[in-house]
Ligand binder design. Sequence first.
Ligand SMILES: [Zn+2]
Length: 250
Amino acid sequence: MNHKTAMTLLPAGADGQLGPFRRFLLDRHIARCTSCRAEQEALHALSTVVRTSLPVHRAPPSLAARIGAALPREAPPEPVRTRLLWPQLGFGVGGALAGAALTLALMWTPAAPDRLATEAVANHVRSMLADHLTDVTTSDQHTVKPWLSARLDFSPVAKDFTASGYPLVGGRLDYIDGHQAAAIVYRRDRHIINLFVYPSNEADALPRMEQRDGFHIVRWRSGGLKYIAVSDVEAAQLQGFVTLVRQAAG
Ligand SMILES: [Zn+2]
């Protein structure tokens, strides 16, 4: 979780209103960030003052039920969609790509509820927590690809992108969206990128980026495979990674 997201979640955290997953990510950030820690202490001090100095009157359950019944049902929010052109800006993905005029439409969908994005982030976080990032740990693409192909009924691309700043770390078997999937693991500086790949008979679809709990998620479909890339790297860096994967997959 980055600092900006942590700061916006601190008040809810101090009120005990975060779910266990966000709670975990927030606590992990606070442990490393002195400015968030100071903010959290200030919030705790404030809420203690409020709790001890103000009387609390709870509404009886019957009244709460009547008020609830009288309120109109809340409609689900429309997802906000903004079209971005991607990736015309030069992020450092290597000279080979610099000349390639790639203009891909990228849909940005902030916080639209989506089970698959949640599952992808959960698998990504679990892979880093459970000491089970990789089943086969090697930067040798000629090892990772056959290892995965031998265990799955499809053959994912597992190319090393060290020259472009995204070294291959390894691969493992994972399970997502009701499918056995290849999880191909890359590194960008100190960040981990999980690339999930599994078969799909849906039509090809261009990459689409979402943001969830401080992670970026890009998913697309191509050639009978579904791809989901998850990481806490910056959006432009994950876009650069996705461009490399798409080129490698042909
Ligand atoms: Zn912070």
